[in-house]
Design a protein around this ligand. Sequence first.
Ligand code: NAG
Ligand code: NAG
Ligand code: NAG
Ligand code: NAG
Length: 282
Amino acid sequence: MELHTSILILFHTLLISHVSGTDVLKSDTVSLTTSGFNSLIIFNIGILANGDIMYYSNTAGSKDTLVASNGSYIGGSPLSDKVRSFKSGNNTGIDRVEISMNSQHVKDLMSSPGPGNSTTLYQNFEALKMAWNLDAVNNDDESIYDVDSTVAFARMLGGIGYKYTIAPYTNTAFWVSVKTKINSGLDSPLLDRVYLQCYDGGAGNDPKSWQSSLGMKVVPLVWVTNDSKPSQGTTAAQAKSRFAGWNKGAALAGGGYWNDYDIERMKSSYAAYGDVLMNVFP
Ligand SMILES: *[C@@H]1O[C@H](CO)[C@@H](O)[C@H](O)[C@H]1NC(C)=O
Ligand SMILES: *[C@@H]1O[C@H](CO)[C@@H](O)[C@H](O)[C@H]1NC(C)=O
Ligand SMILES: *[C@@H]1O[C@H](CO)[C@@H](O)[C@H](O)[C@H]1NC(C)=O
Ligand SMILES: CC(=O)N[C@H]1CO[C@H](CO)[C@@H](O)[C@@H]1O
């Protein structure tokens, strides 16, 4: 309790998804920056075999966009202006923007050419950070789980100036190992946030038990009302009761939602979901 009121790391998180309908150029970005959320994660960035970076979209009217190639940002200014506006726009409450990716090609690229600052991969991430004014890279690995390359990649990103976060739903042992190695010997942790999936495959997750395994506080995520898997949907009122219950059992670092697309598709209220976080994590 004391931790919460004294240090205000009570960030709220909203995952921006365009998995099946919304990309950041199409989201209601006025609502999502002014509804009480203070962190945004842009979902579905990917690394190609040559180290280039893609922003994936399945959105009608949108296309996959190569955003960094050969060490330069090439995603265009409408996209960079939009992403930068999350933190700089009128009345925005957002002070942190992250990109989320899986671990595709990370192992190969860490093995050759490695994490050095003269590589295309390094320079692409450096260029993307600058163009989008990014704060962190989120690892949403759900299949590869290679400890050494994950740690090398995180350290590379830390060298560029990113913070590093994870979004586990399972495989606690992998994430404990990664967290311990990445933060080992650092005064200020590079891996500074854990967004724990508490829906779908992670529906049974107990934030308290993950906190105890990882030795750090986590931010549980619930899935907003959704018509593709209604049983996983969580109304604002239900989210409030879940976050409050978990937070009572063991103080959390905050709370968050997957995902904005469903809020808009279901005509739910950003403000209602944001209010829950401001209420439970003041
Ligand atoms: C990549 O960038 C380097 C340095 O700017 C340049 O010399 C080279 O031609 C570029 N390669 C491609 C394939 O664009
Ligand atoms: C901020 O408000 C001004 C005045 O209404 C408007 O011209 C500008 O486009 C807005 N900026 C953003 C990023 O929304
Ligand atoms: C790149 O890495 C080398 C070797 O670690 C280091 O000496 C050099 O200062 C780095 N350069 C930049 C621009 O960070
Ligand atoms: C309407 C819909 O399909 N919404 C999304 C619900 O969430 C799942 C998983 O995150 C997405 O795949 C769906 O697109």
